[in-house]
Design a binder for this molecule. Structure first.
Ligand code: ADP
Ligand code: MG
Length: 496
Protein backbone atom coordinates (compact mmCIF):
# COMPACT_ATOMS: atom_id res chain seq x y z
CA UNK A 1 0.00 0.00 0.00
CA UNK A 2 1.41 3.39 -0.82
CA UNK A 3 1.91 5.98 1.86
CA UNK A 4 -0.22 8.58 0.25
CA UNK A 5 -3.15 6.21 -0.01
CA UNK A 6 -3.09 5.43 3.69
CA UNK A 7 -2.29 8.73 5.25
CA UNK A 8 -3.33 11.50 2.95
CA UNK A 9 -7.11 11.24 2.88
CA UNK A 10 -7.62 11.52 6.64
CA UNK A 11 -4.92 14.06 7.16
CA UNK A 12 -5.76 15.97 4.00
CA UNK A 13 -9.38 16.46 4.98
CA UNK A 14 -8.31 17.73 8.33
CA UNK A 15 -5.91 20.14 6.76
CA UNK A 16 -8.34 21.54 4.19
CA UNK A 17 -11.27 22.08 6.53
CA UNK A 18 -9.41 23.42 9.53
CA UNK A 19 -6.60 25.38 7.99
CA UNK A 20 -7.72 27.26 4.90
CA UNK A 21 -4.93 29.29 3.41
CA UNK A 22 -4.94 32.77 4.77
CA UNK A 23 -2.32 35.37 5.42
CA UNK A 24 -3.38 35.61 9.03
CA UNK A 25 -2.84 31.91 9.72
CA UNK A 26 -1.42 31.39 13.22
CA UNK A 27 2.08 29.87 13.47
CA UNK A 28 0.91 26.62 14.92
CA UNK A 29 -1.29 26.10 11.88
CA UNK A 30 1.65 26.72 9.61
CA UNK A 31 3.60 24.20 11.58
CA UNK A 32 0.84 21.62 11.41
CA UNK A 33 0.45 22.10 7.69
CA UNK A 34 4.09 21.50 6.92
CA UNK A 35 4.25 18.72 9.49
CA UNK A 36 1.44 16.86 7.84
CA UNK A 37 3.29 17.08 4.59
CA UNK A 38 6.61 16.09 6.05
CA UNK A 39 5.46 12.91 7.79
CA UNK A 40 4.15 11.67 4.45
CA UNK A 41 7.25 12.74 2.61
CA UNK A 42 9.60 11.19 5.18
CA UNK A 43 7.70 7.94 4.79
CA UNK A 44 7.78 8.11 1.00
CA UNK A 45 11.49 8.81 1.05
CA UNK A 46 12.07 5.90 3.45
CA UNK A 47 10.11 3.57 1.19
CA UNK A 48 12.02 4.72 -1.87
CA UNK A 49 15.42 4.50 -0.21
CA UNK A 50 14.93 0.98 1.05
CA UNK A 51 13.04 -0.39 -1.94
CA UNK A 52 14.30 -3.71 -3.27
CA UNK A 53 12.89 -4.11 -6.79
CA UNK A 54 14.07 -7.01 -8.95
CA UNK A 55 17.28 -5.37 -10.26
CA UNK A 56 18.41 -4.65 -6.69
CA UNK A 57 17.92 -8.22 -5.44
CA UNK A 58 19.41 -9.60 -8.67
CA UNK A 59 22.50 -7.46 -8.10
CA UNK A 60 22.75 -8.48 -4.43
CA UNK A 61 22.53 -12.19 -5.31
CA UNK A 62 25.19 -11.91 -8.03
CA UNK A 63 27.42 -9.83 -5.85
CA UNK A 64 27.10 -12.36 -3.01
CA UNK A 65 28.22 -15.09 -5.44
CA UNK A 66 31.22 -13.01 -6.58
CA UNK A 67 32.23 -12.12 -3.02
CA UNK A 68 32.05 -15.79 -2.03
CA UNK A 69 34.44 -16.71 -4.84
CA UNK A 70 36.85 -13.90 -3.94
CA UNK A 71 36.84 -14.98 -0.28
CA UNK A 72 37.50 -18.62 -1.20
CA UNK A 73 40.41 -17.63 -3.45
CA UNK A 74 42.51 -16.00 -0.79
CA UNK A 75 42.18 -14.93 2.85
CA UNK A 76 41.12 -11.29 2.88
CA UNK A 77 40.00 -11.54 -0.76
CA UNK A 78 36.57 -10.09 -0.04
CA UNK A 79 34.23 -8.81 2.65
CA UNK A 80 33.14 -12.40 3.11
CA UNK A 81 35.66 -14.28 5.21
CA UNK A 82 34.56 -17.71 3.93
CA UNK A 83 35.94 -19.43 7.01
CA UNK A 84 36.90 -23.11 6.98
CA UNK A 85 34.87 -24.85 9.68
CA UNK A 86 36.98 -28.03 9.89
CA UNK A 87 33.69 -29.88 9.76
CA UNK A 88 34.36 -32.34 6.95
CA UNK A 89 31.85 -35.01 7.79
CA UNK A 90 28.28 -34.43 8.74
CA UNK A 91 26.24 -36.50 11.18
CA UNK A 92 25.07 -39.79 9.74
CA UNK A 93 22.37 -40.69 12.25
CA UNK A 94 24.48 -43.47 13.79
CA UNK A 95 25.88 -41.30 16.61
CA UNK A 96 25.49 -42.74 20.11
CA UNK A 97 26.07 -41.54 23.66
CA UNK A 98 25.72 -38.50 25.92
CA UNK A 99 26.89 -35.16 24.58
CA UNK A 100 26.57 -31.58 25.70
CA UNK A 101 26.17 -28.36 23.76
CA UNK A 102 26.72 -24.77 24.80
CA UNK A 103 25.40 -21.91 22.71
CA UNK A 104 26.58 -18.35 23.12
CA UNK A 105 24.47 -16.45 20.62
CA UNK A 106 23.94 -12.79 21.20
CA UNK A 107 20.85 -12.50 23.29
CA UNK A 108 20.67 -15.86 24.92
CA UNK A 109 22.94 -18.45 26.38
CA UNK A 110 21.83 -22.08 26.20
CA UNK A 111 23.15 -25.30 27.64
CA UNK A 112 21.82 -28.59 26.34
CA UNK A 113 22.47 -32.30 26.74
CA UNK A 114 21.35 -35.06 24.47
CA UNK A 115 21.39 -38.83 24.69
CA UNK A 116 21.83 -40.19 21.17
CA UNK A 117 20.65 -43.70 20.43
CA UNK A 118 21.90 -44.37 16.89
CA UNK A 119 19.96 -44.87 13.66
CA UNK A 120 16.93 -46.52 15.22
CA UNK A 121 16.45 -44.61 18.44
CA UNK A 122 17.90 -41.25 17.33
CA UNK A 123 17.38 -38.62 20.04
CA UNK A 124 16.55 -40.61 23.18
CA UNK A 125 16.42 -37.65 25.57
CA UNK A 126 17.31 -33.96 25.71
CA UNK A 127 17.32 -31.36 28.42
CA UNK A 128 18.21 -27.73 28.14
CA UNK A 129 18.47 -24.52 30.05
CA UNK A 130 18.38 -20.98 28.67
CA UNK A 131 19.43 -17.72 30.23
CA UNK A 132 19.63 -14.24 28.81
CA UNK A 133 23.13 -12.82 28.90
CA UNK A 134 23.41 -10.15 31.60
CA UNK A 135 23.94 -6.80 29.87
CA UNK A 136 27.04 -5.93 31.90
CA UNK A 137 28.82 -9.07 30.70
CA UNK A 138 28.59 -7.83 27.11
CA UNK A 139 30.89 -4.97 28.06
CA UNK A 140 32.99 -6.66 30.74
CA UNK A 141 36.14 -8.72 30.65
CA UNK A 142 36.73 -12.03 28.95
CA UNK A 143 37.18 -13.78 32.34
CA UNK A 144 33.83 -12.50 33.60
CA UNK A 145 31.98 -13.70 30.52
CA UNK A 146 33.60 -17.14 30.38
CA UNK A 147 33.28 -17.64 34.15
CA UNK A 148 29.56 -16.97 33.78
CA UNK A 149 29.34 -19.58 31.01
CA UNK A 150 31.36 -22.16 32.97
CA UNK A 151 29.42 -21.70 36.18
CA UNK A 152 26.07 -21.92 34.36
CA UNK A 153 27.31 -25.12 32.74
CA UNK A 154 28.42 -26.50 36.11
CA UNK A 155 24.95 -25.89 37.56
CA UNK A 156 23.30 -27.49 34.53
CA UNK A 157 25.57 -30.57 34.59
CA UNK A 158 24.71 -31.17 38.25
CA UNK A 159 21.05 -31.56 37.32
CA UNK A 160 21.67 -34.41 34.83
CA UNK A 161 18.82 -36.91 35.22
CA UNK A 162 19.01 -40.71 35.05
CA UNK A 163 17.92 -40.69 31.39
CA UNK A 164 21.51 -39.78 30.54
CA UNK A 165 24.44 -42.19 30.65
CA UNK A 166 28.15 -41.54 30.40
CA UNK A 167 30.40 -44.60 30.14
CA UNK A 168 32.64 -44.96 33.17
CA UNK A 169 35.93 -43.07 33.11
CA UNK A 170 34.94 -40.64 30.37
CA UNK A 171 34.82 -36.87 30.40
CA UNK A 172 31.65 -35.19 29.26
CA UNK A 173 32.22 -33.74 25.78
CA UNK A 174 30.83 -30.43 24.57
CA UNK A 175 29.98 -28.93 21.22
CA UNK A 176 30.54 -25.23 21.80
CA UNK A 177 28.46 -22.99 19.58
CA UNK A 178 30.00 -19.59 19.46
CA UNK A 179 28.22 -17.28 17.05
CA UNK A 180 30.83 -14.63 16.44
CA UNK A 181 33.49 -14.49 13.71
CA UNK A 182 36.20 -16.96 14.64
CA UNK A 183 39.20 -18.01 12.60
CA UNK A 184 39.01 -21.69 13.18
CA UNK A 185 42.41 -23.39 13.55
CA UNK A 186 41.11 -26.92 14.10
CA UNK A 187 37.79 -28.52 14.97
CA UNK A 188 38.39 -27.65 18.63
CA UNK A 189 40.17 -24.32 18.53
CA UNK A 190 39.60 -20.93 16.98
CA UNK A 191 40.68 -17.33 17.36
CA UNK A 192 38.03 -14.65 17.89
CA UNK A 193 38.46 -12.09 15.14
CA UNK A 194 36.05 -9.50 16.49
CA UNK A 195 32.94 -9.18 18.58
CA UNK A 196 29.71 -8.32 16.74
CA UNK A 197 26.04 -7.84 17.69
CA UNK A 198 26.80 -5.16 20.26
CA UNK A 199 29.34 -7.16 22.28
CA UNK A 200 32.49 -5.35 23.38
CA UNK A 201 34.19 -7.78 25.77
CA UNK A 202 37.79 -6.91 26.51
CA UNK A 203 40.60 -9.42 26.27
CA UNK A 204 39.06 -12.03 23.96
CA UNK A 205 39.82 -10.74 20.44
CA UNK A 206 42.88 -12.55 19.09
CA UNK A 207 42.51 -15.40 21.61
CA UNK A 208 41.41 -19.01 21.25
CA UNK A 209 37.87 -19.05 22.61
CA UNK A 210 38.09 -22.75 23.48
CA UNK A 211 41.14 -22.00 25.65
CA UNK A 212 39.15 -19.17 27.27
CA UNK A 213 36.36 -21.61 28.10
CA UNK A 214 38.73 -24.39 29.25
CA UNK A 215 40.49 -21.97 31.61
CA UNK A 216 37.15 -20.81 33.01
CA UNK A 217 36.00 -24.42 33.48
CA UNK A 218 39.20 -25.11 35.36
CA UNK A 219 38.66 -22.05 37.57
CA UNK A 220 35.11 -23.25 38.24
CA UNK A 221 36.10 -26.89 38.78
CA UNK A 222 34.10 -28.23 35.80
CA UNK A 223 35.49 -31.54 34.47
CA UNK A 224 34.36 -31.37 30.83
CA UNK A 225 36.08 -30.79 27.50
CA UNK A 226 35.22 -29.06 24.24
CA UNK A 227 35.39 -31.53 21.33
CA UNK A 228 34.02 -29.22 18.68
CA UNK A 229 33.94 -25.47 18.29
CA UNK A 230 30.97 -24.76 16.10
CA UNK A 231 29.55 -21.69 14.53
CA UNK A 232 25.76 -21.57 15.00
CA UNK A 233 25.13 -21.83 11.28
CA UNK A 234 27.34 -24.90 11.12
CA UNK A 235 25.48 -26.39 14.09
CA UNK A 236 22.17 -25.70 12.35
CA UNK A 237 23.41 -27.37 9.17
CA UNK A 238 24.62 -30.42 11.13
CA UNK A 239 21.40 -30.63 13.15
CA UNK A 240 19.17 -30.39 10.08
CA UNK A 241 21.33 -32.77 8.05
CA UNK A 242 20.91 -35.40 10.78
CA UNK A 243 17.29 -35.72 9.65
CA UNK A 244 17.52 -34.83 5.97
CA UNK A 245 20.34 -35.56 3.48
CA UNK A 246 19.22 -32.79 1.12
CA UNK A 247 20.26 -30.02 3.53
CA UNK A 248 23.17 -28.12 1.95
CA UNK A 249 22.83 -24.60 3.31
CA UNK A 250 21.99 -23.15 6.73
CA UNK A 251 21.08 -19.59 7.57
CA UNK A 252 20.67 -17.90 10.94
CA UNK A 253 18.39 -14.92 11.28
CA UNK A 254 18.37 -14.02 14.95
CA UNK A 255 20.05 -11.18 16.80
CA UNK A 256 22.64 -11.29 14.04
CA UNK A 257 22.82 -13.23 10.80
CA UNK A 258 25.13 -15.69 9.10
CA UNK A 259 25.08 -18.50 6.56
CA UNK A 260 27.11 -21.61 5.81
CA UNK A 261 27.01 -24.29 3.13
CA UNK A 262 28.62 -27.51 1.99
CA UNK A 263 31.51 -26.73 -0.38
CA UNK A 264 33.70 -28.95 -2.56
CA UNK A 265 37.29 -28.83 -1.30
CA UNK A 266 38.53 -28.52 -4.91
CA UNK A 267 36.60 -25.24 -5.15
CA UNK A 268 38.57 -23.64 -2.30
CA UNK A 269 41.82 -22.28 -3.79
CA UNK A 270 42.97 -20.93 -0.41
CA UNK A 271 42.74 -24.37 1.22
CA UNK A 272 46.23 -25.51 2.16
CA UNK A 273 47.33 -28.87 3.48
CA UNK A 274 45.53 -32.16 3.42
CA UNK A 275 42.05 -32.30 1.97
CA UNK A 276 39.23 -34.08 3.72
CA UNK A 277 38.52 -37.61 2.60
CA UNK A 278 34.91 -36.71 1.91
CA UNK A 279 36.00 -34.05 -0.61
CA UNK A 280 33.55 -31.70 1.08
CA UNK A 281 33.74 -29.23 3.92
CA UNK A 282 31.45 -26.66 5.47
CA UNK A 283 32.28 -23.04 4.77
CA UNK A 284 31.12 -20.39 7.21
CA UNK A 285 30.53 -17.35 5.00
CA UNK A 286 30.19 -14.68 7.74
CA UNK A 287 27.83 -13.02 5.28
CA UNK A 288 26.83 -10.33 7.80
CA UNK A 289 29.85 -8.37 6.51
CA UNK A 290 28.47 -8.27 2.96
CA UNK A 291 27.69 -4.75 1.76
CA UNK A 292 27.62 -4.37 -2.02
CA UNK A 293 24.50 -2.83 -3.49
CA UNK A 294 22.43 -2.73 -0.32
CA UNK A 295 19.90 0.12 -0.45
CA UNK A 296 20.40 2.28 2.64
CA UNK A 297 18.33 5.03 4.19
CA UNK A 298 19.53 7.97 6.25
CA UNK A 299 18.33 6.04 9.31
CA UNK A 300 20.63 3.13 8.48
CA UNK A 301 23.56 5.46 8.00
CA UNK A 302 22.93 7.23 11.30
CA UNK A 303 22.48 3.95 13.17
CA UNK A 304 25.69 2.63 11.65
CA UNK A 305 27.61 5.78 12.56
CA UNK A 306 26.41 5.47 16.18
CA UNK A 307 27.22 1.75 16.38
CA UNK A 308 30.30 0.22 17.98
CA UNK A 309 31.44 -1.02 14.54
CA UNK A 310 30.72 1.76 12.02
CA UNK A 311 31.04 0.72 8.39
CA UNK A 312 31.05 -2.97 9.28
CA UNK A 313 28.40 -5.71 9.14
CA UNK A 314 26.18 -3.71 6.79
CA UNK A 315 24.17 -6.74 5.58
CA UNK A 316 23.66 -7.77 9.21
CA UNK A 317 22.55 -4.24 10.09
CA UNK A 318 19.87 -4.25 7.39
CA UNK A 319 18.49 -7.78 7.80
CA UNK A 320 18.92 -9.03 11.37
CA UNK A 321 16.83 -8.83 14.51
CA UNK A 322 19.10 -6.63 16.54
CA UNK A 323 18.62 -3.73 14.15
CA UNK A 324 15.19 -3.78 12.45
CA UNK A 325 13.36 -2.23 15.41
CA UNK A 326 16.07 0.38 15.85
CA UNK A 327 15.91 1.49 12.21
CA UNK A 328 12.14 1.85 12.55
CA UNK A 329 12.58 3.81 15.80
CA UNK A 330 14.97 6.22 14.13
CA UNK A 331 12.49 6.83 11.31
CA UNK A 332 9.70 7.46 13.83
CA UNK A 333 11.85 9.87 15.83
CA UNK A 334 12.53 11.89 12.68
CA UNK A 335 8.82 11.88 11.89
CA UNK A 336 8.12 13.06 15.42
CA UNK A 337 10.77 15.77 15.29
CA UNK A 338 10.13 17.07 11.81
CA UNK A 339 6.50 16.21 11.39
CA UNK A 340 5.05 16.16 14.90
CA UNK A 341 4.00 12.56 14.60
CA UNK A 342 2.53 11.79 18.05
CA UNK A 343 1.94 15.51 18.80
CA UNK A 344 4.12 18.52 19.26
CA UNK A 345 6.68 17.02 21.63
CA UNK A 346 8.99 14.19 20.72
CA UNK A 347 8.22 11.34 23.13
CA UNK A 348 11.11 10.86 25.54
CA UNK A 349 10.91 7.11 25.64
CA UNK A 350 11.01 6.90 21.86
CA UNK A 351 14.27 8.85 21.85
CA UNK A 352 16.09 6.07 23.70
CA UNK A 353 18.25 4.01 21.33
CA UNK A 354 16.99 0.45 20.85
CA UNK A 355 13.79 1.23 22.82
CA UNK A 356 11.74 -0.24 19.98
CA UNK A 357 12.73 -3.86 19.55
CA UNK A 358 12.19 -6.16 16.61
CA UNK A 359 9.66 -8.28 18.58
CA UNK A 360 7.67 -5.02 19.09
CA UNK A 361 7.51 -4.16 15.41
CA UNK A 362 6.69 -7.80 14.71
CA UNK A 363 3.79 -7.69 17.18
CA UNK A 364 2.54 -4.44 15.62
CA UNK A 365 2.53 -6.02 12.17
CA UNK A 366 0.35 -8.88 13.42
CA UNK A 367 -2.44 -6.46 14.40
CA UNK A 368 -5.34 -6.97 12.00
CA UNK A 369 -7.91 -5.01 13.99
CA UNK A 370 -9.72 -2.05 12.40
CA UNK A 371 -8.46 0.43 14.94
CA UNK A 372 -4.97 -1.09 15.27
CA UNK A 373 -5.49 -1.47 18.98
CA UNK A 374 -2.35 -3.57 19.56
CA UNK A 375 -0.24 -1.06 17.65
CA UNK A 376 -1.67 1.64 19.90
CA UNK A 377 -0.86 -0.18 23.10
CA UNK A 378 2.67 -1.13 22.01
CA UNK A 379 3.30 2.51 21.09
CA UNK A 380 1.92 3.48 24.48
CA UNK A 381 4.15 1.02 26.31
CA UNK A 382 7.29 1.59 24.29
CA UNK A 383 7.05 5.28 23.45
CA UNK A 384 4.63 6.53 26.07
CA UNK A 385 2.30 8.09 23.49
CA UNK A 386 -1.37 8.08 22.64
CA UNK A 387 -1.67 7.61 18.90
CA UNK A 388 -4.42 8.28 16.38
CA UNK A 389 -5.44 5.66 13.86
CA UNK A 390 -3.68 7.47 11.01
CA UNK A 391 -0.50 7.66 13.09
CA UNK A 392 -0.69 3.94 13.81
CA UNK A 393 -1.05 3.25 10.12
CA UNK A 394 2.07 5.25 9.41
CA UNK A 395 3.97 3.31 12.06
CA UNK A 396 2.94 0.00 10.48
CA UNK A 397 4.05 1.26 7.06
CA UNK A 398 7.45 2.20 8.47
CA UNK A 399 7.89 -1.25 10.01
CA UNK A 400 6.75 -2.94 6.85
CA UNK A 401 9.18 -1.06 4.61
CA UNK A 402 12.13 -2.03 6.79
CA UNK A 403 11.07 -5.63 7.27
CA UNK A 404 10.32 -6.07 3.58
CA UNK A 405 13.82 -4.93 2.69
CA UNK A 406 15.33 -7.21 5.35
CA UNK A 407 13.46 -10.31 4.23
CA UNK A 408 14.06 -9.69 0.52
CA UNK A 409 17.77 -9.05 0.95
CA UNK A 410 18.10 -12.22 3.04
CA UNK A 411 16.34 -14.12 0.24
CA UNK A 412 18.70 -12.61 -2.34
CA UNK A 413 21.67 -13.68 -0.22
CA UNK A 414 20.39 -17.27 -0.14
CA UNK A 415 20.04 -17.27 -3.92
CA UNK A 416 23.61 -15.93 -4.14
CA UNK A 417 24.88 -18.98 -2.23
CA UNK A 418 22.75 -21.47 -4.17
CA UNK A 419 23.76 -20.12 -7.56
CA UNK A 420 27.45 -20.27 -6.58
CA UNK A 421 27.02 -23.96 -5.79
CA UNK A 422 25.02 -24.57 -8.96
CA UNK A 423 27.64 -22.86 -11.15
CA UNK A 424 30.33 -25.24 -9.86
CA UNK A 425 28.24 -28.41 -9.80
CA UNK A 426 25.69 -28.04 -12.56
CA UNK A 427 22.37 -29.71 -11.99
CA UNK A 428 23.03 -30.67 -8.39
CA UNK A 429 21.25 -27.75 -6.76
CA UNK A 430 18.49 -26.31 -8.89
CA UNK A 431 17.37 -29.53 -10.61
CA UNK A 432 16.79 -31.54 -7.47
CA UNK A 433 15.39 -31.01 -3.98
CA UNK A 434 17.77 -28.78 -2.01
CA UNK A 435 17.04 -27.76 1.55
CA UNK A 436 18.07 -24.51 3.21
CA UNK A 437 17.81 -24.95 6.99
CA UNK A 438 16.77 -21.76 8.76
CA UNK A 439 17.04 -20.85 12.40
CA UNK A 440 17.01 -17.83 14.68
CA UNK A 441 14.34 -15.93 16.55
CA UNK A 442 13.70 -13.46 13.74
CA UNK A 443 12.98 -16.15 11.16
CA UNK A 444 11.03 -18.23 13.62
CA UNK A 445 8.71 -15.51 14.87
CA UNK A 446 8.25 -12.99 12.05
CA UNK A 447 5.79 -14.30 9.42
CA UNK A 448 5.98 -11.22 7.18
CA UNK A 449 9.77 -11.42 7.14
CA UNK A 450 9.59 -15.07 6.17
CA UNK A 451 7.22 -14.43 3.34
CA UNK A 452 9.22 -11.47 1.97
CA UNK A 453 12.27 -13.72 2.01
CA UNK A 454 10.45 -16.46 0.11
CA UNK A 455 9.06 -13.90 -2.39
CA UNK A 456 12.56 -12.74 -3.29
CA UNK A 457 13.79 -16.32 -3.76
CA UNK A 458 10.83 -17.13 -6.01
CA UNK A 459 11.29 -13.93 -8.03
CA UNK A 460 14.96 -14.64 -8.57
CA UNK A 461 14.76 -18.34 -9.35
CA UNK A 462 11.44 -18.42 -11.15
CA UNK A 463 8.51 -20.49 -10.00
CA UNK A 464 9.73 -23.84 -11.41
CA UNK A 465 13.24 -23.83 -9.96
CA UNK A 466 12.12 -22.37 -6.67
CA UNK A 467 9.87 -25.39 -6.15
CA UNK A 468 13.04 -27.47 -5.75
CA UNK A 469 14.44 -25.15 -3.11
CA UNK A 470 12.94 -25.89 0.27
CA UNK A 471 13.51 -23.15 2.80
CA UNK A 472 12.45 -24.42 6.18
CA UNK A 473 12.82 -23.82 9.85
CA UNK A 474 15.23 -26.34 11.33
CA UNK A 475 13.34 -28.15 14.02
CA UNK A 476 16.17 -28.65 16.50
CA UNK A 477 18.08 -25.44 15.94
CA UNK A 478 21.81 -25.43 16.31
CA UNK A 479 21.94 -27.02 19.79
CA UNK A 480 21.61 -30.66 18.85
CA UNK A 481 23.79 -29.99 15.81
CA UNK A 482 26.65 -28.88 18.05
CA UNK A 483 26.18 -31.93 20.28
CA UNK A 484 26.21 -34.13 17.16
CA UNK A 485 29.48 -32.55 16.05
CA UNK A 486 30.91 -33.18 19.53
CA UNK A 487 29.95 -36.82 18.91
CA UNK A 488 31.49 -37.10 15.43
CA UNK A 489 34.65 -35.44 16.78
CA UNK A 490 34.78 -37.33 20.08
CA UNK A 491 38.25 -38.10 21.40
CA UNK A 492 37.03 -41.56 22.41
CA UNK A 493 36.87 -44.49 20.01
CA UNK A 494 33.59 -44.69 18.20
CA UNK A 495 32.19 -46.49 15.23
CA UNK A 496 29.68 -43.95 13.96
P1 ADP B 1 20.62 -15.31 19.19
O1 ADP B 1 20.75 -14.67 17.85
O2 ADP B 1 20.97 -14.44 20.30
O3 ADP B 1 21.21 -16.68 19.26
P2 ADP B 1 17.85 -16.07 18.75
O4 ADP B 1 18.13 -16.87 17.54
O5 ADP B 1 17.03 -16.68 19.82
O6 ADP B 1 19.10 -15.48 19.48
O7 ADP B 1 17.13 -14.77 18.24
C1 ADP B 1 16.82 -13.74 19.12
C2 ADP B 1 16.49 -12.54 18.26
O8 ADP B 1 15.36 -12.85 17.45
C3 ADP B 1 16.13 -11.34 19.07
O9 ADP B 1 17.26 -10.53 19.29
C4 ADP B 1 15.11 -10.64 18.19
O10 ADP B 1 15.76 -9.74 17.33
C5 ADP B 1 14.52 -11.73 17.31
N1 ADP B 1 13.20 -12.08 17.83
C6 ADP B 1 12.90 -12.74 18.97
N2 ADP B 1 11.57 -12.84 19.14
C7 ADP B 1 11.02 -12.24 18.07
C8 ADP B 1 9.67 -11.98 17.66
N3 ADP B 1 8.63 -12.36 18.37
N4 ADP B 1 9.51 -11.33 16.51
C9 ADP B 1 10.54 -10.92 15.79
N5 ADP B 1 11.81 -11.10 16.12
C10 ADP B 1 12.05 -11.75 17.25
MG1 MG C 1 21.65 -18.23 18.14
Amino acid sequence: MSVAATTSPAVGTLYVSRFPTSRGMPRVTMALRSNVISVGSILTKLQQDCATPFPVIRHVADSMTADMRAGLAVDGGSNLKMILSYVDSLPSGNEKGLFYALDLGGTNFRALRVQLGGKEDRVVATEFEQLSIPQELMFGTSEELFDFIASTLAGFAEKESEKFHLPHGRQREIGFTFSFPVKQTSIDSGILMKWTKGFAVSGTAGRDVVACLNEAMERQGVDMRVSALVNDTVGTLAGARYWDDDVLVAVILGTGTNACYVERTDCIPKLQGPRSSSGRTIINTEWGAFSDGIPLTVFDRDMDAASINPGEQIFEKTISGMYLGEIARRALVTMAEEGSLFGMAVPNKLSTPFALRTPDICAMQQDNSDDLQAVGSILHNVAGVESSLSERRIVVEVCDAIVRRGGRLAGAGIVGILQKMEQDSKGTIFNKRTVVAMDGGLYEHYPQYRSYLQDAVTELLGSDTSKNIVIEHSKDGSGIGAALLAATNSKYDHDF
